[in-house]
Design a protein around this ligand. Structure first.
Ligand SMILES: Cc1cc2nc3c(=O)[nH]c(=O)nc-3n(C[C@H](O)[C@H](O)[C@H](O)COP(=O)(O)OP(=O)(O)OC[C@H]3O[C@@H](n4cnc5c(N)ncnc54)[C@H](O)[C@@H]3O)c2cc1C
Length: 393
């Protein structure tokens, strides 16, 4: 058993570090956007992602016939963790969810239209699964798609569509068969975000970021923009969710926050006594530092399982997502506890401990244990698929 990265992988990490240093820009690499720094939502962030594309790093795991280099997922993992550690945008929906699903299941038309653009970072996507009555149970989605000649006509509503306010294309699941069991009546479509009949309404969140509600009023989409087979959409969504649980919840930012906290403990005093001498504080940071190692190893297991191929890393991804995101919240909580009342000082306030990162992380991590499947859902998956317990819902 070897937990070290190979010389090639370490050389790649060095190359990414150099790329980050050469392209450093505080507006693009902003750790105060916490987990949402992954979004490619401003012109400067897009420009950086384009450069990443020019390095050939967007297609590292795609097959050569689609413009990729057919490499192992570990390189994508290393790249994303490094980018996340400095608050830079990360490889996400385009390369992962949309690109990989199109490669496996898309028509030649969709592959030819979208894959080259994804590799050059010329297109941003929003992903629309959740609805007011379909969140954890995404298979309950009710957005209706009815066939009309060569088109489909979509009516209904999505909620929590992050990126809808800046993306060009919508990757959306809709109900195409109301009589089939709920998992078997969903189809995926791609439609332009500015399509007639689509209304986007912003929803500001506790983490200072924007998500959206999207309303569909007779929105037409040609059958050519149907992804894969009719009524197989939920299978494709499930496949891609394993990936999302892992790639969208990186551990390097959590590790960085623990390092900040340890430095704070080393340097600060409370009531005239160094924090580093406080037994309870020492116990707390030692526990968090150990838990970081656990999260890291759970992450490595997902990558290793994905590289081996065969069985998708469903259990591993759920275990990682559950542990890492709950840890992320514990780190935020303990940082506030250790900092005391000053920890509540707003981010970017000059004299706030850790420049206000504690209160910020506390707000931003609310999404971590909900998005990409809530903690309870990860536990359900582990109980059922790993432990063989019966379904409870
Ligand atoms: C900021 C933000 C961004 C998001 N971005 C996107 C996006 O881009 N695209 C998208 O499609 N969705 C997105 N989501 C939606 C997200 O995936 C859902 O919020 C999530 O799946 C939970 O669904 P829900 O909010 O409907 O909660 P519910 O499903 O109503 O759950 C409420 C609570 O009940 C618990 N619960 C539900 N079912 C069970 C069960 N069977 N067993 C035990 N406990 C259960 C849940 O864990 C949760 O604690 C986003 C959400 C947020 C907050």
């Amino acid at each position: 058993m070897d937990f070290e990265f190979s010389p090639e992988e370490q050389a790649f990490l060095k190359e990414v570090e150099k790329f980050i240093a050469d392209n450093y820009d505080p507006e693009v690499m902003d750790v105060t956007r916490e987990n949402m720094s992954q979004l490619v939502d401003t012109p400067k962030r897009r420009a950086l992602m384009k450069k990443i594309g020019e390095k050939g790093w967007l297609g590292m795991t795609w097959p050569k016939e689609y413009g990729g280099t057919g490499g192992e997922g570990v390189y994508e993992f290393l790249l994303n963790e490094k980018l996340a550690s400095v608050g830079a945008p990360q490889i996400g929906k385009g390369v992962g969810i949309i690109g990989k699903t199109l490669i496996r299941h898309g028509s030649d038309k969709l592959k030819n239209e979208f894959l080259p653009k994804i590799l050059k970072n010329e297109v941003e996507f929003a992903v629309g699964y959740s609805e007011p009555n379909a969140g954890s149970d995404a298979a309950a989605m009710a957005l209706k798609a009815e066939r009309d000649g060569n088109d489909w006509v979509l009516n209904g509503q999505k909620i929590f569509t992050t990126s809808a306010h800046f993306a060009e294309w919508y990757w959306v699941g809709a109900r195409t068969d109301t009589t089939a069991p709920k998992h078997a009546g969903i189809t995926l479509f791609l439609l332009p975000m500015n399509q007639q009949g689509l209304t986007i309404q912003r929803m500001p969140t506790i983490g200072d970021e924007i998500t959206n509600q999207v309303f569909f009023d007779n929105v037409r989409v040609s059958d050519e923009y149907r992804v894969g087979e009719l009524n197989k959409g939920f299978n494709y969504i499930s496949e891609a969710l394993d990936l999302e649980r892992f790639t969208m919840f990186t551990f390097s930012p959590i590790e960085e926050r623990v390092k900040l906290l340890v430095n704070y403990v080393k340097e600060e005093q409370r009531d005239g006594k160094p924090l580093k001498d406080d037994l309870i504080v020492r116990q707390k940071v030692a526990t968090l530092a150990t838990e970081i190692e656990v999260a890291k190893l759970l992450g490595y297991r997902v990558v290793s399982q994905a590289i081996k191929g065969g069985k998708p890393p469903t259990n591993e991804a759920s275990e990682y997502k559950l542990f890492a995101t709950e840890l992320s919240k514990r780190v935020a909580n303990e940082t506030l506890n250790i900092e005391g009342e000053h920890g509540q000082t707003r981010v970017h306030t000059d004299d706030a401990p850790l420049k206000g990162r504690a209160e910020l992380t506390y707000r931003y991590t609310v999404i971590d244990t909900l998005g990409g499947g809530a903690s309870e859902i990860q536990k359900n998956i582990i109980a059922r698929r790993k432990l063989g317990l019966p379904r409870n819902f």
